[in-house]
Design a protein around this ligand. Sequence first.
Ligand SMILES: Nc1ncnc2c1ncn2[C@@H]1O[C@H](COP(=O)(O)OP(=O)(O)OP(=O)(O)O)[C@@H](O)[C@H]1O
Length: 522
Amino acid sequence: MLVLLGGNHTNYISDNTTSTEQRGGEEEEADSSLTSMEKDFDSKLHLQNNNNNNNNKIPVRAKSFAFRAPQENFTINDFQLGKIYGVGSYSKVVRAKKKDTGKVYALKIMDKKFITKENKTSYVKLERVVLDQLDHPGIVRLFFTFQDTFSLYMALESCEGGELFDQITRKGRLSEDEARFYAAEVIDALEYIHRVGLIHRDIKPENLLLTAEGHIKIADFGSIKPMKDSRITFLPSLASDEKACTFVGTAAYVPPEVLNSSPPTFGNDLWALGCTLYQMLSGSSPFKDASEWLIFQKIIARDLRFPDYFSEAARDLIDKLLDTDPSKRPGAGPDGYAALKKHPFFEHIDWDRLRMISPPKLALDPNAPEADDVQNSGWNLSHVGDGLGRYTDASSGATSSSDCYAHVTRLASIDSFDSRWQKFLDPGEAIVMISTLKKVNKLSSKKVQLILTDKPKLICIDPAKLMLKGNIIWSDNPNDLNIQVVNSSHFKLCTPKKVRTFEDAKQRAWQWKKAIEGLQNP
Ligand SMILES: Nc1ncnc2c1ncn2[C@@H]1O[C@H](COP(=O)(O)OP(=O)(O)OP(=O)(O)O)[C@@H](O)[C@H]1O
């Protein structure tokens, strides 16, 4: 997720250098943020008309309200933890089976101290409050929350089919029938989201999850923006939260009007839908380049090219969704979603029976650990929970240089907004490029975080354990450090003693080459 804003980072820097006692205070702040929010909600608002307020399942803004997903007194020991589904910028999501009921959830685990330090409290609260009120088969459901001294937990509907992004990567690209099905399910859920007065603001293949059968569920509601007449109930402090005014999203899917600081509209999500459909059909996003800045230039210039194999209908739909005027995008005009649904690309889609249609066959990951396989998931209980140790200590070893952090914010790719990596840097050292990659060995592959800094330094981190896995000895001499691009998603780092092969699902192999060679020949 991309968040471009000024002040918060400066605040963060001073947080980063606080004493242990002060940090204890922050923990309490995070601790109280959700608890007080829930208490606030419960005390200010009473359960009213909860059974009969939504015939068509659209929440009605009511004076009285209570959380549908309760805050439980569970502990992490009530769950059997399985594989890690993914790591977000401020959370880990793990498959968790409730021991007494056998029910499986995707448990989103957030470190309180980290959330406070990173100013992510508003994201967490927003996601909690919004997910609680949304009720649509195409949206990930929140069942309950709980917390302990160190962590906040959200028990989400488990999407065992993984991300749409992985389907695109594994299949190379999707057929028009496959893309049509997924796009239709996204549109169905997006129509609901817009009808209740929310803009998602981070629609992309990574946030479109799949059930075990292969149906779409939209996830990640930390960036949503409520419109004035939203039917979702917000706490006053949330509705006017400063985050609502910040620039959020992901570089490649950001519409031009957002780059021009126009206020958010539903059209923002329709642009991102157009980019996502393009990516499904071609294997990569329509606006790509070596840096975010260059991507933004392409978006502003609407530098859009279609591969020959796109059908006329697909080309026309994407072209219309990527209209520079957000109000002209189908779905944003006066006849609402009808314009989008009746586009020739969706000619044979039965919109009323979408969820009854058999989804495309999922391409499975041959290296994936078994769902309940804790051993090979990189997970262990010492990562979470009261008295069990911490999985994140963003403060330890973190640089104290405010210049450094500002520098990181400017230079690095989106991931480096995450200060977990700061502890691997020296004071004043800045990240130039960072990606979650697969390090491919002969018989297996392992997820690593590859970080290139301006020192220059190239290191591999285990992103689950937050441990240094390797330091690739830097040399300006290409005979001693050489990067060979195999294709857009694979590259080799060659040193005299070792050749390491990496797979970048986001196809940034050429970007890695450019970044490394740029530092070898400044
Ligand atoms: N309900 C779920 N079921 C299965 N996997 C999930 C679920 N929710 C999230 N995930 C996986 O966990 C990963 C991390 O999710 P999370 O919501 O913490 O962050 P994110 O949306 O990826 O990142 P960010 O917070 O940086 O936007 C996701 O990319 C996704 O692959």
